[in-house]
Design a protein around this ligand. Structure first.
Ligand code: GDP
Length: 317
């Protein structure tokens, strides 16, 4: 599928990403976005915020009586938003998913709800993967990045991802069918120090083959630990996907872990910005990205809406 991006406009977007979000305010000339998300059956408007080009005079909303100092704000130039095709961000109803650069389109529908999830099969080659022609989304990331936790969080099942951790399956392409209509795919983790060099090379080879040749792959979800500074291996992985034009969404994990700045650690928002900056040379446009936590479920419903709009667009084209 082809993805369109916004033309450059002389404005910015602000996102408040505290978890849970406490405060947001309009501050001309920035766009603002932030709203809490918890229940999966919430209406779309509760998972997003309106983008407005003509904000009212400064205004503060306080959701919980948490101190203003905990507020974290990211400013994103509008050309760095991910705008799905056929989406008009100049309209007053344009919305952005919380904790992300993803604009909601008319393709985001109620079918984002996960009602049913089942393990289908493990494959070691792209040709062996299910041939049902359903759209699929593949999770990949460094070992320990939180891939299993995220998968379980997305499908709301505590142990579904254990299936792909069973002996013999960790090095496979594991397909899970969701609602009988799309696949979530668990790919082997990379960068596992204990793995022998030869088997590491094999996984790399078949995973890359899968990325390049799986025609029903709608987007790779590359998981990056948002609680630590960028790692070389993740930057290499992201740039390989960028160079090979594999559709990718960056999913930052563990965003509940907030390092104290007095100890020299950076906040997840800062790690996200650093990562995006470091890979920018490899991408013509900024890929969609989203911040998540499997502890607080931050980003879970937003990922499902993102999947829903990509999937509905893919099915129509
Ligand atoms: P995998 O190897 O990528 O499948 O990673 P796991 O899902 O098994 O998680 C690795 C470790 O990170 C475990 O100790 C998890 O409890 C922890 N973890 C996973 N997700 C999160 C998260 O969102 N926040 C925090 N604080 N820890 C997490």
């Amino acid at each position: 599928m082809s993805i369109n991006y916004l033309p450059k406009l002389p404005t910015h977007l602000s996102i408040f990403t505290s978890q849970p979000p406490q405060v947001f305010r309009f501050r001309p000339p920035f766009f603002t976005a932030a709203l809490p998300s918890t229940a999966q059956d919430k209406p779309i408007s509760n998972l997003s915020s309106t983008i407005t080009t003509s904000p009212p005079s400064p205004l503060v909303y306080t959701h919980q009586n948490l101190p203003l100092s905990e507020e974290t704000q990211i400013e994103i130039p509008i050309e760095k938003l991910f705008v799905p095709p056929e989406t008009d961000v100049s309209s007053e109803t344009a919305r952005i998913l919380k904790g992300s650069n993803i604009v909601l389109s008319n393709y985001a529908r109620d079918n984002s709800l996960v009602k049913d999830a089942e393990f289908v099969k493990s494959s070691v080659k792209t040709e062996d993967c299910p041939d049902e022609g359903l759209p699929e989304f593949a999770l990949v990331g460094r070992s320990n990045v939180g891939k299993s936790s995220l998968l379980n969080s997305i499908v709301r099942r505590k142990k579904l991802a254990l299936t792909s951790k069973k002996p013999g399956k960790t090095q496979c392409i594991n397909h899970f069918r969701i609602n009988g209509s799309w696949f979530l795919v668990d790919l082997p983790g990379y960068g596992y120090a204990a793995a022998p060099e030869t088997s590491r090379t094999d996984w790399d080879k078949f995973t890359k083959d899968y990325f390049l040749n799986r025609s029903t792959l709608v987007s790779v979800f590359l998981l990056i630990d948002g609680s630590i500074p960028a790692k070389k291996i993740d930057l290499e992985y992201a740039s390989w996907l960028g160079e090979n034009k594999v559709p990718m969404t960056l999913v930052f994990t563990k965003c509940d872990k907030r390092k104290k700045t007095r100890h020299g650690g950076k906040k997840p928002e800062e790690n996200v910005q650093d990562f995006l900056e470091l890979i920018s040379a490899y991408f013509q446009e900024v890929p969609p990205w989203i911040m998540t936590s499997s502890i607080t479920n931050q980003g879970r419903d937003e990922i499902l809406l993102h999947i829903s709009q990509l999937r509905n667009y893919w099915l129509k084209h």
